[in-house]
Ligand binder design. Structure first.
Ligand SMILES: [Zn+2]
Length: 237
């Protein structure tokens, strides 16, 4: 095959796997079913492999994905925005599944009680908080471009979504209150330690400056969150 069937440009190499103009695979379907099946299976598992690697890195290697993205290693991992949207969707479904009885004024999330209505609005609230978080990071780290802080923000919020999902699942499966308390404490400590290590690695400052920046970022972030929550609760009334 010398011509790409999709964009009709001439292929630069006879053995090319993809067209360098439009990116279409040179694999045509005019071959044995077995060959097509093997190749398709390989492609599907390749994608799955990427998702699994990305998830593992997101959960256990603070800032790894954000750093890989900033140095241009993009193709090996799932895109940050897609990961954030998928983790939000998983969280949203979990909230819908494990919601408490409708006549209560509070929802229980681990050891916390949150006013009714917040959980249902959480994905929308977080979508607002995501760029705010990146702005606050920008304020403390003028040397980083905003886009990199936004990628960092997407990764941290994706991780938070997954931890919150685990908290809700643990809570609904727990047979004893002590398990809920221990699971909540573990997840909160995990998140805090993860964020500090991620900030240390991503921004490359000393531990002292990282800790001060962490406290500053979260003081502003939590104040903004309370402000946004108040607006959400007021508009609901
Ligand atoms: Zn082409």
């Amino acid at each position: 095959m010398d011509i790409c069937p999709n964009c009709t440009n001439k292929l630069t190499r006879k053995d090319a796997s993809y067209c360098c103009y439009c990116g279409q695979s040179t694999c045509n379907f005019n071959q044995s079913f077995k060959k097509v099946l093997v190749r398709s299976t390989y492609e599907i598992f390749d994608i799955d492999g990427r998702v699994a690697t990305t998830l593992k890195k997101l959960l256990f290697s603070p800032a790894f994905l954000s750093i890989e993205y900033s140095i241009g290693k993009i193709k090996s991992y799932s895109p940050p925005l897609r990961m954030y949207l998928v983790s939000s969707l998983i969280l949203f479904i979990t909230i819908e599944l494990f919601q408490s009885t409708p006549n209560q004024t509070f929802d229980q999330v681990g050891i916390f009680l949150v006013p009714k209505g917040i959980l249902e609005q959480l994905s929308r609230i977080m979508f607002v908080m995501l760029p705010i978080y990146a702005c606050i990071l920008q304020f403390f780290h003028q040397d980083k471009r905003y886009i990199y802080n936004l990628i960092f923000s997407l990764h941290i919020h994706s991780l938070s979504n997954l931890l919150l999902t685990s908290a809700l699942i643990a809570q609904s499966l727990a047979t004893h209150d002590l398990i809920i308390v221990l699971a909540s404490i573990f997840l909160i400590i995990y998140l805090l330690v993860y964020i500090i290590i991620a900030m240390k690695k991503f921004f490359g400052k000393s531990w002292m400056i990282t800790t001060v920046n962490f406290l500053g970022v979260y003081a502003i972030y939590l104040s903004s969150l309370v402000f946004v929550l108040e607006i959400v609760l007021k508009t609901k009334q």
